[in-house]
Design a binder for this molecule. Sequence first.
Ligand code: GYE
Length: 350
Amino acid sequence: MSLEKLSRWLALTAIVALLVALVPMQLFAQDPTATPAVDYAKQRTKITTSAFCQAQPTGLTLKDITVGFSQMENNNPWRIAETESMKAEGEKRAGKYIATDAQAQTAKQVSDVEDMIAQGIDVLVIAPREYEGLTPALEAAKAAGVPVFLVDREAKGTPCEDFITFMGSNFIEEGERVAQWLVENMGEKGKVIELYGTIGSSPAMDRATGFRNVISKYPGIEIVASQSGDFTRALGQQVMEQLLQAYPDVNAVYAHNDEMALGAIQALKDAGRKPGQDVLVVSIDGTRDALQAIIDGELGATCECNPRFGPLAFDTIEKFLAGEPIPTKITVEDMFFTKENAKDFIEFAY
Ligand code: GYE
């Protein structure tokens, strides 16, 4: 039943169209004036594309289908919050919900997807570990007529052909915002160490680009080293310990996520330095530990990157099943946390 009907979306190659904004943008936008407290617990989205992807109405609802979620790893608070948000929504709204954990291995993520397709999922939601490595998974889904929804990270492919949409933050802007804070707080000169995220992942690539977009305008600021801490606290700490020996005169650390920043803060303290005072530290995510580190004066700022994708992912699948046009990119809006507001949001953090 469902799979057969659903696989009609593929027959859409003829029908699937990039519709020029027939639907007013406002329809997808949410109220930016909502109270911050409510805001932070939920994702806020905006649509910046005029490209849409539309399938024929399937006559199915979420209750008629099996949704599979392929998670790349579950090794930090951000990812655990995402996995829980998907599970809570999936178990409530889908006929059947299954999920896999690729344990930080792209090859396992490909085989997880193949396994879920073999188990008969009707729709795939994937948080792709790497931008390029997931092509075989997307191809397998396409061959099986399973529509794909990308959450959290991007993957190489064409919207409407290889996947329906990407839902996630604008990582370039995140890097730019953090860089701007640093410029304003460093006095436009100094040496920066960058702790890079997972190599080949879209947030790491874009956060590096965004940061450089701003920093390159200030000749007095120099990125003296950039090394991957794979988005983990342990590696962030280890890499920072080594880099501190090579660059003892560093003035700031830019970590692509909070976990690596917290590792770097530990390394700085172990080396007798004062994070937040003689070395400024900035990062991205907005975890509870990071907000606490801001309150403690050790982390300067973190740009929010909201992991709670469950409601948005299932709302979007529901609309797709009903034959509504889906924007090919749904951008999650980020807040920005500093010592001015960290206290107000920590109770909603994960
Ligand atoms: O910043 C990080 C996680 O893909 C946007 O991956 C996500 C990033 C997030 O492991 O903490």
